[in-house]
Design a protein around this ligand. Sequence first.
Ligand code: SAM
Length: 273
Amino acid sequence: MEKDIKKILAECGFGFKKQLGQNFITDKELLASIVEASGVRREDTVVEIGCGAGTLTRALAERVKKVIAFEVDKSLIPVLERTLAGLDNAEVVFRDFLKVDLAEFESGMDGYFVVANLPYYVTTPLIMKLIENAEKCKGLSVMVQEEVAERLCARAGTAEYGALTAMVALRAECEIVKRVPRTLFYPRPNVDSAVVRFTFGRGIEVKDKAAYKKTVHAAFSSRRKTLENNLVNTFKFTRAEAQEILSKCGVDLKARGETLSPEQFAMLSEFIK
Ligand code: SAM
C-alpha cells in the first residue's frame, strides 16, 4: 500500500502543498486502527474532511455504508481516480468544508459521523463549526496535532485547559483514543499527532449558549489576569459587581479562568446574564 500510494502520487506528478497541511497516511495498519477507533459501523454514513490521496477514504468505505469526502485541492483528482477506483460508496466533493452551509448540507441527510485527519489551521474552526452548528452529526473522530489533542481533552486547572475545551464541553465528551508518531505520515511533519474521539450529545446543561460562549471567551481573554479582571474588562462591570457575581457562584475572587469547570462557567454565565 505504502509503495503503491507513493508511486501513484509520483506518476500523477502530484506536488505536496505544505500550506494545506498535506501529510498523508499510507500505513495500512494505522488506517485500520483509525477506522476502528472512530467507532463507525457498517450502517453509518461518514463525512471525511480533507481526503488527500484517499487512503483513509478507502479504508472507511470498505467498512461503512457511504463516505462523502471533502477536499479543497483539485490537483488530487487524478490520484483519487486511481486510489478510489472500484468503490461505489465513496463520493468526493471538491469544496472547502469550512465554507459549506451546514444547514443546507444536512437537509438531505440522516445522521452522520465525521472522520478527519486535519491540517493544524483547520482544526479549531472545523470543531467549532460542528459543535455550534451541526444538528445531525452523531460523532467526530479527528487526527490532530498531539498538543491540540491534549488541549481538547484537558481537565480544568491544567495548563492545557482553555476556551476550546470549555466550548467542546457544551456538546460533547472527548477522549484521546490513539497516539500517532510523526514517522507514520508522508511526508513526515514536525509534530506527533493523536486521534480524538468526540461523542456528541454528552455535553453539559446550558440554558443560553451565546451567554456561555461570551463568558468563556471573557474568562480566557487574558490568561495572566484573574477572572475578576477579565469580567470587568469584557462586561464593563464595576469591581464590586464582578466580585458579587463570583461570590454568588462560589468562585474564589483570585481565581483565574482555567480553574473553572464547564459546569461552573454555565452557572457563571447565568449570573452574568
Ligand atoms: N485524509 C488524508 C490522509 O489521512 O492521508 C489527508 C490528510 S491531510 C493531513 C489533510 C487534507 O485536507 C489535505 O489533502 C488538504 O488538501 C485538505 N484540506 C485542507 N483544508 C481543507 C478544507 N478546508 N476543506 C477540505 N479539505 C481540506
